[in-house]
Design a protein. Structure first.
Length: 118
């Protein structure tokens, strides 16, 4: 499975960006997709995850992004989006898309840089 992420860029504090990630065709079903981020010298951290083991889907957010970021998935397209509003300089990071399928596979996409200027 290949994950293609796009949508990063430079934005002023208080602005918005939308990240998207599309998964290539899979043999197994993808049941979790999410976004993680990393800054130099720090471990990668979870930003938002959406899981489709139940109906409706369940979502999980880092405390630092709750009420500002929204994750959504287009299951038919194996695409996940992250709407980021009210961005802060501390949101600056490389954002990575991730996915898990029910065949035991775990996948990472290439990172996309988000820079929030103050």
């Amino acid at each position: 499975v290949q994950l293609q992420a796009y949508g990063g860029g430079l934005v002023q504090a208080g602005g918005s960006l939308r990240l998207s990630c599309a998964a290539s065709k899979t043999t197994f079903s993808i049941y979790t997709m999410g976004w993680y981020r990393q800054t130099p010298g720090k471990p990668r951290e979870m930003v938002a995850v959406i899981t489709d083991l139940t109906t409706p889907s369940t979502t999980d957010y880092a405390d630092s992004v709750k009420d500002r970021f929204t994750i959504a998935r287009d299951g038919s397209e194996n695409t996940v989006h992250l709407q980021m509003n009210s961005l802060k300089p501390e949101d600056t990071a490389v954002y990575y898309c991730a996915a898990n399928d029910d065949g035991g596979g775990a996948y990472w996409g290439q990172g996309t840089l988000v820079t929030v200027s103050s």
